[in-house]
Ligand binder design. Structure first.
Ligand code: C2E
Ligand code: MG
Ligand code: MG
Ligand code: MG
Length: 280
């Protein structure tokens, strides 16, 4: 620690007496092992295009079926993986798996765009565009069929490198979506100079959309803002028909949520009824 020249006092945190430390360490060890043995899977949640009422994309969401713990939700290990420096490996894995799957769908005539979540830390990795470009060409996937999802937090943390990485990705033709839009503490400033292509409205504004007039006002405003800036807008957390119809009336582009479909394993998605998803 001394070698880093840090003057930050370390006395507040005593690793040896942190009761969660052993548990965290073993969970991270197990995560590394799961990555080594390719034991993580991606599930894919359909995104419904509201104008055509067709599913034209999916969001890839990591799933960890732990032999002893059962299903470990991403919330229980993504944050920890970020803190312990394991997130880059997870992201690399997710990108490779998501791109490979999308190209298999394409080969079978199923044109689904795939969105992969990135962490704040990933945007500090200058070689990310190169790495993604290589994956796309290995799998023969057109760059426009990939979107990366970032949070507002990610761009605030490391503005310079993050900006360069995002520009690099945009230059490739990869889509860039701002996830959980509306709950970050950032102003709109970054929207002016980041190569964003999509806003994803946070679920908290969508869940009660059918009944809550304030949420309707907020969602309408975000859709209008997004469109005026030239972005696509997606609503997350659509849990009932009322919300879906509100979004269609407002002119939101895409809807995603349990009412349309839960995140599904790739095998189940292939048999998914894309026409019925329109919920005519
Ligand atoms: P997110 O990217 O905002 O993903 C949406 C989350 O909302 C997913 O939770 C999804 O299952 C859930 N969801 C979708 N529709 C509904 C709905 O109608 N109602 C409700 N209540 N929830 C809905 P999940 O899969 O547990 O993922 C949680 C978060 O973990 C994600 O939020 C994302 O931030 C992170 N995450 C998941 N996979 C990855 C990954 O591969 N890499 C990284 N860096 N983060 C990931
Ligand atoms: Mg997301
Ligand atoms: Mg989200
Ligand atoms: Mg989220």
């Amino acid at each position: 620690f001394a070698a880093t020249g840090s003057t930050r006092p370390l006395a507040f945190y005593d690793a040896a007496t942190d009761p969660h430390r052993t548990e965290r360490l073993s969970l991270m060890g197990e995560l590394r092992e799961a990555l080594d043995h390719d034991r993580l899977v991606l599930h894919y949640q359909p995104k419904l295009a509201l104008a055509s009422r067709r599913v034209d994309g999916v969001e890839a969401l990591v799933r960890w079926h732990h032999p002893r713990r059962g299903m470990v939700p991403p919330q229980d290990f993504i944050g920890m993986a970020e803190d312990t420096g394991n997130i880059q490996r997870l992201t690399r894995w997710a990108l490779a798996a998501g791109i490979a799957q999308a190209s298999r769908w394409h080969a079978r005539g199923l044109e689904l765009k795939v969105a992969v979540n990135l962490s704040a830390r990933d945007l500090g990795e200058a070689e990310l565009p190169l790495r993604i470009g290589r994956l796309l060409s290995i799998h023969g996937l057109p760059p426009g069929q990939l979107t990366v999802e970032i949070t507002e937090r990610a761009v605030i943390g490391e503005p310079e490198t993050a900006m360069r990485v995002l520009k690099g990705l945009a230059d490739l033709g990869v889509g860039i979506a701002v996830d959980d839009f509306g709950v970050g503490q950032s102003a709109f400033a970054y929207l002016r100079h980041l190569p964003v292509s999509e806003l994803k409205i946070d679920q908290t504004f969508v869940r009660h959309l059918a009944r809550d007039a304030n949420d309707q006002t907020i969602v309408r405003s975000i859709v209008e803002l997004g469109h005026r800036l030239g972005f696509q807008v997606t609503a997350e957390g659509v849990e009932d028909r009322g919300a879906l119809e509100q979004l269609a009336a407002i002119g939101c582009d895409h809807a995603q949520g349990f009412f349309i479909a839960r995140p599904l394993p790739a095998a189940e998605l292939a048999g998914f009824s894309f026409e019925r998803a329109g919920i005519a």
